[in-house]
Write a new protein. Structure first.
Length: 144
């Protein structure tokens, strides 16, 4: 069994104002991302953390629903979702997965497990990147 999965969810779209307002940020929720465009702005406003730090409190496996708003065009249809352990001065990739970009938005669902090396009580830095360019970032702490 693969311990880390990322699957694209419906092609949710957002208006340009929402993309500009949250550019460079990743919004994380335990709840599924709406597939109706009209509900997307409300979902983001309810779930966006001002400091970019999130916690998931349900025990493993932790299911992550993620909306990333890229700070600029990535120059390709895919970027990498990179997990690194907070505290690592080099932010070395702990797990990496390719995800598709639609209109400067990444809409993904990830399930992280202990079998894949994730641990309760640890904080991970999530980045949406292409090569060494970081387009969006957040921190995620996993709890039991």
């Amino acid at each position: 069994m693969i311990g880390f999965l990322v699957a694209l969810v419906g092609q949710a779209r957002a208006d340009d104002k929402l993309v500009r307002q949250y550019a460079g940020k990743i919004v994380i929720s335990p709840d599924p991302i709406p597939t109706v465009e009209a509900d997307l702005a409300t979902f983001v406003k309810l779930n966006a953390a001002k400091d970019g730090r999130y916690e998931l409190t349900k025990s493993p496996p932790w299911e992550i629903h993620l909306l990333g708003f890229l700070s600029k065009e990535p120059g390709a249809a895919e970027v990498s979702l990179v997990f690194a352990e907070r505290g690592d001065p080099k932010l070395a990739a702990f797990h990496t997965m390719q995800v598709a970009v639609t209109r400067r938005i990444v809409n993904a669902n990830a399930k992280v497990t202990i079998a894949a090396g994730f641990q309760a009580g640890k904080t991970y830095v999530l980045r949406l990147m292409r090569n060494k360019t970081v387009f969006a970032r957040a921190e995620l702490t996993l709890r039991d």
